[in-house]
Write a protein of this length. Structure first.
Ligand code: ATP
Length: 220
C-alpha cells in the first residue's frame, strides 16, 4: 500500500545539532502508527517536519494528502470559548466541516459556550482532536496526545481516534512515552532513537519477532 508518510535519508538540524539523521520510515495508508522513543529521540522534530513546520536539511519527506497536526501544547487558547475556537478553524480552513465538529462536541457533552481554560484535560484533548478532524485530513499527526491525561481520558481519546479511522479513510501517526497505551490500538510501530528509525513495521510482526528473540528457544 502506498505510504501516506514517507521519509528517505531525512536529516534535520537545529544549528549544529542534528535532531534527525539518515532517518527512513514509512506509514502506509489506513494505519495507526505509534511513534515511540526516549526523550530527545527526535519524535517532535519528525512530526514538525512531516507537517511542514521544519524543513529537511538532508534527504526527503513526502506526505500524500491533507495533513492535520495537534501539537503537544494543544492549539487552544484558554480565554476563548469552544465556539470561538470553531470560528477560528472555519475561517482558516477551506475544507472545514462545522457540522461534523459541532456534532462531535455535542456527542461528548462539551458545551460550546464554555471557555477552553475551564474544560478538563480530557475535554481539551477532545476539542483539539475535533479541530483537527474538522479539516478532514488524510493524515492526522498527534504529538503526545495522551500526555497528562488520566487513564479514563487516555482511553476516551484513543477510542475517538479509532472511531474516526473506522469511519473515514484516515491514517494516524501519534507519539507517546507510554507504549502500553498504544499497543492495543496501534497497528504500526516506529521506534526512533538518536534521530534514526531503529525499527519500523507492522506491530504484530515486530512483536512476533520479539517473541522469537526472547522465547523459550533462546532461554533454554
Ligand atoms: P521528547 O520526548 O522529550 O519530546 P523528542 O523525541 O520529541 O523528545 P525532539 O524534541 O524532536 O525529541 O528533540 C530531538 C533533539 O533535538 C534533542 O536533542 C533536542 O535537544 C534537540 N532540539 C529540539 N528542539 C530544538 C531547538 N529548538 N533548538 C535546538 N535543539 C533542539
Amino acid at each position: 500500500m502506498t505510504p501516506v508518510l514517507e521519509t528517505t535519508g531525512l536529516g534535520v538540524r537545529y544549528g549544529r545539532t542534528w535532531a534527525l539523521r539518515d532517518c527512513s520510515l514509512a506509514v502506509p495508508r489506513g494505519r495507526v502508527a505509534a511513534l515511540v522513543g526516549p526523550n530527545g529521540a527526535g519524535k517532535t522534530t519528525l512530526m514538525h517536519t512531516a507537517v511542514g513546520l521544519l524543513k529537511p536539511s538532508a534527504g526527503q519527506v513526502t506526505v500524500r494528502g491533507e495533513v492535520a497536526f495537534v501539537a503537544q501544547d494543544k492549539p487552544l487558547y484558554d480565554g476563548f470559548t469552544v465556539a470561538e475556537m470553531l470560528t477560528f478553524g472555519r475561517r482558516m480552513n477551506p475544507r472545514w466541516d462545522d457540522e461534523a465538529a459541532r456534532g462531535r462536541l455535542a456527542g461528548l457533552g462539551i458545551p460550546l459556550e464554555r471557555r477552553v481554560g475551564r474544560l478538563s484535560g480530557g475535554q481539551q484533548a477532545q476539542v483539539a482532536l475535533t479541530l483537527a478532524l474538522a479539516r478532514h485530513p488524510g493524515l492526522l499527526v498527534l504529538d503526545e496526545p495522551l500526555a497528562n491525561l488520566d487513564p479514563l481520558a487516555r482511553h476516551d481519546v484513543m477510542r475517538a481516534v479509532m472511531a474516526e479511522v473506522a469511519a473515514h479513510e484516515l491514517t494516524v501517526l501519534l507519539s507517546s512515552h507510554v507504549v502500553s497505551d498504544l499497543e492495543d490500538t496501534c497497528d504500526w510501530l516506529i521506534v526512533l532513537n538518536g534521530g534514526r528509525a531503529q525499527v519500523s513495521g507492522d506491530i504484530e510482526d515486530l512483536l512476533d519477532g520479539h517473541r522469537v528473540l526472547t522465547g523459550p528457544a533462546e532461554l533454554a
